[in-house]
Design a binder for this molecule. Sequence first.
Ligand code: C2E
Ligand code: MG
Ligand code: MG
Length: 549
Amino acid sequence: MQGNRLLLSPGIVLAGGIVAATAWLVALLFFDITDETGLILAGASGAIGGLGGMIGALWQNYTTRHTQEYIAQQEHQAKHDPLTGLFNRNALFSELETSIARAKQTDTVLGVLFLDLDRFKVINDSMGHEAGDDLLRIVAERLEGTVRGGDLVARFGGDEFVVVCRDLLSEQSVLAVAKQILKSFTEPVSLYGGAQVISTSIGVAIARPDDTRRSDDLVRDADAAMYKAKKAKSGYAVFDEVQRLQVIDRLDIERDLVQALEQEQLVVFYQPLIDVKAKRLYGFEALVRWNHPTRGLIGPGDFLGVAEETGMMAKIGELVLREACAQAAVWNHLSPDAQGVKMGVNIAEQQLLDGNFPYLVADVLEWSGLPAEQLVLEITENVIVDHLAGLSVLRDIRELGVSLAIDDFGTGQSSLSYIKQFDMVSTLKVDKTFVDDMSSGVNRAIIEAVVAMARALDMQVVAEGVESEHQVKELLDFGVHIMQGYLFNKPVAGETIDPASWFSAREGELAIEVSEALDPTTPGLSSTEVSRAFTRTLDHTRARPKRMG
Ligand code: C2E
Ligand code: MG
Ligand code: MG
């Protein structure tokens, strides 16, 4: 449309000229005109042509101006965030590239600050999205008011902002800007008439003139430093050498993990849960390990985070689920006493968000032949609270006859009231932090409350991370009798577990060992002896179901 308008104005000039010339020609050829009339006609057509030209020129001027405004407006929209008016993510990267080049030319230091608002989600959820938007606009204004004229402020997305400090002479100046921003946040924000205290965590990446990092590297590093600041609650943190190595390490893990899945380097270990009162094995928890070709055995804490970020969690989760169900089914086959034993499998957030997950569970149960009542899916408290709306998946799983346990109970948002909605949860696993310090009055009160509630709602309570006989005694006093911990056994490979001793033959002996170990007046058995009762191994070769495609 703009292009048409541009073509129109020279067209009008031309049309004016053509009209004049045609009139003159027609007059000459077809009419008997005197010289005077000819002159008048010539004058008139000249005037018409001139007028056409003038209109054309004016039109062209008008359309050009409007076109330029339109183009400028389009360019502005492409580069700016509509909510705050700050540079958007794309513009940030291109401006940062230019700034990096300039810093090298002028031999100056460049600072990239990555900000993430603390508790923004809480404000957004509790006060509504409009309040959230207002807050983001206020933060944008504050940032622009705090940084120097030559600096650049961008909204990276959500509640994340990036500030680029340019033309600095020293690294200290970058830190000064970070401190200045933190100071500007100390003043409360007025939202819907109420004063809200907001805070932010800032990650700082500093580029000296000889730095070889590109714009995306600097933003990534500042982001990593922001996580460090958030974790340490330190306000700001600077990306350093240690973190650089961690980032490289993380990238290595990400690359190797793809291979790990292809080459079956992931293995499942099993840790027993003991019913100390009934003096028997209650169940197992399946825990994934990575048999890394050069690093050795790696625990889940070192790679599951990367798996979640890179979307590999669903595959890993399925592998563990299949492996654990197959293992439990094999044990059922080898020992009739294994049939009442539960198999707990941890389920990650990504798996639960997939509506097809219940079908996968049903498929794995059918494939492995494991009765649904033996499978317990462990889900952490925060995942459940965050996805109250998506609970139909949990309900579908429950309908299969599979039980659900809330893992690390007490460490999350711990709103006991929401548990009531979960008539489908059968077990609460009290987190190790409470078991670790039962001398604390608060912890004691929490354990007592959890046990009372579980009793009222007909749920099982499992204590995690039991390491001493003293803890066993205290937990029994609280009424908790199912326990899991290094006192009994560390997680071990499936093939080291001998069904003959674990599920049946050893049961009587185990009863004596545990109860004696609990009685401080008799020499009894040491915790290592108790645990040996569970780890006694036999070289055991057996057939396993083959994994389906
Ligand atoms: P979790 O589900 O709470 O598992 C219990 C963790 O506590 C295990 O750590 C276990 O080895 C450890 N533990 C048990 N008893 C003791 C004790 O007495 N003392 C101490 N210090 N630790 C004890 P692990 O195997 O490193 O697993 C850590 C977490 O990784 C698990 O916590 C679980 O959240 C996650 N995880 C492990 N395997 C999987 C998996 O297959 N899928 C998913 N989604 N998460 C998994
Ligand atoms: Mg667990
Ligand atoms: Mg746990």
